[in-house]
Design a protein around this ligand. Structure first.
Ligand SMILES: [Zn+2]
Length: 453
């Protein structure tokens, strides 16, 4: 029966709209777009969930450390958005969160101020602008809604900086560990640190010049074996669930579990170790006897070089010399200043005697006298007072009580100039403004007149 062989034609291709997951499940942290392609700047995706944040500030996950400054109190509402996928890296692996924007289907831009990993998912914290309202936010990020996610110019710059520093940290740790046989948290100062620093820097940059490739290997998460705490990362966090084990591999140099974003190659990551180390002398802790190394790489290194050059050029301009001569010229100026100060002190000490003698001739009992002076005014007035007391002791055998008030104003006075007043050798005060003899001077004189010795 030929009719029985009449069949349908070859099956058509199944349309992509055939299989729909409502709402789409989020891709777990570990496989996010920012981790698969760290150079991607934007992505079209869909919303998975959205809710109003319980707190006006992004909650701490307890990993920021004590040094993080308290965020200013913000009143604009915060909403938490989970997307199917994202190019915004949530804080993790020692790498800070990215910032960026979400674009809702109506074209409106929403600011992502931070992203954090909660369990296995990345949560985007969106701070509403003054003209944005919560209800609309919940509507445009409803499950399944189309969303654009982007780092933007500032967000990409920030990511590039983090990524370069982070990748360089892997390289530095690997060279320290594999070639000098020291852990990243236990570098003994025995030996010659300057030589070791130079060696490590040279070795790191040799690998940078070679442009060693970096890649990521992803495996099924083996919970039992994955909790290894090693390398520059803190291993896989206990609350990380439902994801994968990621290993960052620097070709021929290192393998380390890490969830951060890494440059695909060491190319252009030139690394500079600052010739400055800090001993971590916290006795009794795991860091006792360790040393903190400071390094710069990527855009941060270029920014540092620019700033250092500007500072040095400005100093050379002030010192009227070439940049290499700046340290020598600064030392000369400091030495000259030290000698000049000593000379002024010597001259004032010499001058105090004649000034006190002249005062002693002019005053009887208590009277105010005034001298213009600069530099160490109080020291000079004290020297005059001490010398004056010596004169009284010589002349009267120290029997006559006296009260001496000295004041010294700058020759040219202004509203901000300071007049120093010394009463006897023990009490001193300052007057800010213009000291007028028949005003402030008269007040001082009238107070003196009322004093009974
Ligand atoms: Zn890493």
């Amino acid at each position: 029966m030929a009719a029985a062989t009449a069949t349908l034609g070859a099956p058509a291709r199944t349309p992509s709209s055939y299989h729909r997951i409502r709402p789409p499940a989020p891709i777990p942290v570990g496989l996010l777009a920012c981790q698969r392609d760290p150079l991607a700047r934007d992505l079209a995706t869909t919303a998975v969930s959205c809710r109003v944040s319980q707190s006006p500030t992004v909650p701490s996950n307890g990993r920021e450390g004590k040094k993080k400054k308290a965020a200013p109190a913000l009143t604009a509402p915060l909403i938490e958005v989970i997307l199917h996928d994202t190019v915004i890296f949530p804080e993790g692996g020692g790498q800070p969160s990215d910032v960026g924007t979400l674009t809702s289907a109506d074209g409106e831009l929403w600011d992502v101020v931070e992203a954090k990993r909660h369990g296995g998912h990345a949560v985007h914290y969106v701070r509403l602008r003054p003209e944005q309202d919560v209800d609309n936010g919940l509507k445009v990020f409803a499950p399944g809604a189309l969303v654009g996610v982007a780092l933007g110019e500032a967000g990409y710059k920030r990511r590039l900086d983090h990524m370069c520093m982070h990748t360089s940290q892997h390289l530095l740790s690997a060279v320290l560990e594999h070639q000098l046989h020291v852990d990243t948290i236990a570098w003994s100062l025995t030996g010659a640190p300057a030589q070791e620093i130079a060696y490590v820097q040279e070795e790191c940059n040799r690998l940078v010049f070679e442009g060693r490739a970096v890649h990521i290997e992803v495996e099924e998460l083996d919970t039992a074996g994955a909790k290894v705490k090693s390398g520059p990362t803190v291993g896989i966090p206990d609350d990380y669930t439902g994801g994968v084990k990621r290993t960052v591999v620097i070709d021929g140099v290192d393998r380390n579990p890490c969830c951060g974003t890494h440059a695909p190659s060491l190319h252009n990551l030139q690394l500079y170790l600052l010739p400055h180390t800090e001993a971590l002398a916290r006795g009794g802790t795991a860091f006792a006897g360790s040393v903190r190394l400071y390094f710069l790489a990527g855009p941060r290194l270029l920014a540092h070089l620019g700033a250092a050059h500007t500072t040095l050029t400005a100093a050379a301009g002030v010192m009227n010399c070439g940049a290499p001569q700046v340290p020598e010229r600064v030392q000369q100026v400091v030495d000259e200043r030290r000698r000049a100060t000593k000379r002024v002190e010597d001259l004032e000490a010499e001058l105090a005697g004649p000034v006190a003698a002249e005062l002693f001739e002019r005053v009887a009992g208590g009277e105010e006298a005034q001298d213009d002076d600069g530099g160490n005014v109080l020291g000079f007035l004290s020297a005059v007072a001490t010398s004056f007391a010596g004169k009284v002791a010589e002349a009267e055998g120290g029997a006559t009580p006296f009260l001496l008030v000295l004041s010294s104003s700058p020759a040219a006075q202004s509203a901000t100039s300071t007049t120093v007043v010394l009463v006897g050798p023990r009490w001193s005060g300052k007057f800010t403004g213009v000291w007028v003899e028949n005003r402030e001077g008269a007040t001082a004189a009238s107070i003196l007149e009322g004093v009974q010795l």
